[in-house]
Design a protein around this ligand. Structure first.
Ligand SMILES: Cc1cc2nc3c(=O)[nH]c(=O)nc-3n(C[C@H](O)[C@H](O)[C@H](O)COP(=O)(O)OP(=O)(O)OC[C@H]3O[C@@H](n4cnc5c(N)ncnc54)[C@H](O)[C@@H]3O)c2cc1C
Length: 443
């Protein structure tokens, strides 16, 4: 299975899943003695910083926002336990973050995403219909079949799956977009690269805590917050990085670990300009609007996750519901649905969502409703979206976009992952490691 695993576990599987190799990190042979600036203190930037620090190299991290973590963010006080507003699950038993947790004596707990309430043909079913399972498996097992570079929605219709389009929408949503924007061809192509394993885990504390404790804290003296980088001048061998207040910083190498949206919007100016091929490649990698929604209830009216709804494509019933008082349904709302929810506002969105759930489950929904929390990632000024996905015509954009420039500038972050592990924390970290390896192998 692939990077987001929510639906997979509810699919009727004919056999074993793909055998997935472990991500291996090549040993670095450090010849480099210079200085490095990292822009962005998300998973990619922090892991790059950690690896440079471990090899006794000089590193400085410039972070635009007031805190570390980027798309890892923690909220206390809404539930009776701290929650992750961004990344929450370790996707894959081979993920380097699973190893990190285990090395620190933390045991990641296996999560099951069982969809027990599936809205299909105007009725609630206890599982996904066989027809949808077949479609899902045809994509995920790939076979030798050729998938056209058309939207997943058009492809599903072409294959006669009109009746399950609401469920197809859930596939697209777990992939960060809507079914009419995801390329059937490139989605399937990238699934084959996923090498992190097919199990999912949650942490007793948050994912944010894991990264903060073991990557960010040791780097604290080297991280400068509230520093918005606006310009990089790499016309000389010493690179000059400028922040929005005009202050400059100097280094031999720069790792740019900001979301792809920041580069697409030209929020960092490069001198000389980056190669046109590279900036074109940035623009081909798509990243849509994204909202993580927590709906809190006093008591459960659901026994398992929910799929096929129209306001949001699915809700996840998490294992922590079994051990905590507050009951929660989590939804990852992406693409067009996220845009719609942003346009109507949280109050109206909550009303529409509760209305739909009431139609499916009855008055018990409103009787037990105890609050909603929307984390709208599109509104975060230095993120501006959810995560990258395979849009129509993406081609080899990730490969071109991730090329170092002049052996001075190195790009990192989930969107630059070429191991098929984009859209994840560990995938972002892998790109940080690769940038460090490339730097350390230089003189
Ligand atoms: C709702 C949601 C749920 C997710 N769930 C999961 C999950 O369960 N499991 C999983 O593995 N992954 C999940 N992900 C994906 C995961 O969070 C990301 O892939 C990963 O955190 C990205 O890390 P990054 O370092 O590439 O980028 P980011 O975390 O975005 O870090 C980039 C940093 O750059 C900073 N920055 C931007 N511009 C500038 C500038 N001009 N100057 C200085 N700094 C700048 C930003 O402030 C930010 O801190 C989820 C993402 C979202 C949005």
């Amino acid at each position: 299975m692939h990077r987001r695993k929510f639906i997979k576990q509810s699919i009727i599987l004919g056999g074993g899943l793909l055998a997935l190799p472990v991500f291996s990190s090549a040993k670095t042979n450090s010849k480099f003695k210079g200085t490095t600036i990292i822009i962005g203190a998300g998973a990619a930037g922090l892991y790059a910083g950690k690896r440079l620090q471990e090899s006794n190299h000089s590193v400085q991290i410039l972070e635009a926002s007031a805190g570390i973590g980027g798309r890892l963010k923690k909220l206390e006080g809404f539930m009776d336990y701290p929650i992750d507003l961004g990344a929450q699950w370790i996707h894959g038993q081979h993920a380097l973050t699973k190893k990190l947790a285990e090395d620190k004596g933390i045991t990641p707990v296996k999560e099951e995403f069982k969809f027990r309430h599936v809205w299909y043909k105007e009725k609630m079913k206890p599982r996904v219909p066989l027809r949808f399972s077949e479609f899902y498996l045809s994509l995920h097992m790939g076979k030798s079949k050729k998938f056209p570079d058309i939207s997943l929605k058009d492809y599903a219709m072409q294959e006669g799956h009109e009746s399950t389009l609401n469920l197809v929408e859930a596939i697209a949503s777990e992939t960060g977009t809507s079914a009419n924007r995801l390329s059937a061809h490139y989605y399937v192509k990238e699934l084959k690269n996923w090498d992190s394993g097919n199990k999912d885990y949650y942490l007793e504390n948050t994912y944010f805590d894991l990264i903060n404790e073991y990557w960010a804290k040791p780097l604290k003296p080297h991280i400068q917050l509230n520093t918005v980088v606006t310009r990089i001048d790499y016309s000389q061998s010493k690179i000059k990085v400028f922040d929005k207040n005009g202050k400059s910083y100097e280094a031999d190498k720069v790792i740019i670990a900001v979301p792809i949206t920041i580069l697409q919007k030209g929020m960092i100016e490069f001198h000389p300009k980056l190669p046109t091929l590279q900036t074109e490649a940035f623009n081909k990698i798509k990243m849509d609007a994204g909202i993580k929604l927590y709906l809190k209830f006093k008591q459960r009216f659901f026994e398992g996750s929910i799929m096929g709804t129209s306001k949001v494509p699915y809700y996840i019933d998490i294992d922590k519901n079994k051990t905590h008082k507050d009951q929660v349904l989590i939804s990852l709302i992406m693409g067009e649905q996220a845009e719609y929810i942003s346009s109507i506002g949280e109050l109206q969105a909550t009303e529409e969502i509760l209305e739909e759930l009431t139609t499916l489950f009855g008055p018990v929904v409103r009787e037990n409703f105890n609050g909603a929390y929307f984390q709208n990632w599109t509104n975060e000024p230095f993120i501006q979206g959810a995560y990258s996905y395979q849009g129509i015509g993406v081609g080899d954009a990730r490969t071109i976009a991730s090329r170092p420039v002049n052996q001075q500038l190195f790009f990192a972050g989930e969107a630059f992952n070429l191991n098929g592990n984009y859209q994840t924390v560990h995938g972002a970290a892998e790109t940080g490691l690769e940038a460090v390896q490339a730097i350390l192998s230089q003189k």
